[in-house]
Design a protein around this ligand. Sequence first.
Ligand code: FAD
Length: 292
Amino acid sequence: MKLTELLRQDRLTLSFEVFPPKTDMAFDSVREATEEIASLSPAFMSVTYGAGGGTSQYTLDIAKNIHKKHGVPTLAHLTCVSSTRQTVKEKIEQIHAAGIQNVMALRGDIPADRRHEDRSTWDYRHAAELVRELRESGYDFCIGGACYPESHPESTNQTEDIRYLREKVDAGCDFLTTQMFFDNNLLYRFLYRIREAGIFVPVIPGIMPITDKKQIERALKLSGSFMPRRFLDLVDKFGDKPAAMKQAGIAYATDQILDLFAAGIHNVHIYTMNKPDVAKSMLANLSHVLHA
Ligand code: FAD
């Protein structure tokens, strides 16, 4: 199923993100975790693409497995900045051959040792180029792009970031998924600004339940997201009590999602990080809400 179809429906949904294993040895445990999440019947599941593409085959294997065994629509991520045009073309062929209809087109992070290179010679500099490539492939993919309610860390200001986002959407994105955020007001301001800039594709907010203290540092490093005082107080109080921190993090994310649904948003994506128990708790907390 194409996600465009799902996003047109008038119902509240949750989808989950998982990541592929980094090694062959970890494959079975990741497959089991992702299957357990798939058995909860989320609206769809996205499978990330390892930076640099070294584990790209696992992305497809996991996505294919979820779809085949559980009938859950999948969204395969694909990055381009560390790849040649030839490699990307091959990946696109493989995605199509695997029967995957939804692709998240990403630039990927620029490796630290390449940040000072002359980028004019690179095959890909921005995700918009990958979006175009997917559109021109001749396969009728449903294409997603990433967006950043607090701006991408490399952008000098939000106006510029939104201008480039518009270019990416115009290149052929059907929908956007946001970077994680912990203050919904940032999302509402962002939505207002992108609509004003002429971006009207569906935007799926991405929510990450923070369930342990260490995860906060990682999440902050990755996203540079603003942490509201209310959230920091929870970490202050429960950060050293793992069970309590987990419950508090899930409750905080649940509260964010309730607020998003109440504000009229229908589809929320949860960064479940291969944790079936977190996915289960989120669904249990919202079981009646999702069917209201
Ligand atoms: P782009 O859309 O290319 O934007 C990157 C920066 O370039 C922005 O600052 C933008 O304003 C700027 N820019 C865009 N076009 C131009 C232009 N024409 N001229 C000048 N500047 C321009 N990473 C992974 O490795 N694997 C994943 O699976 C993955 N999944 C993700 C899923 C989501 C929902 C999100 C939000 C991020 C994900 N990432 C993933 C991280 C992502 O790859 C990084 O944030 C990366 O740095 C930017 O990717 P992008 O696709 O947003 O890039």
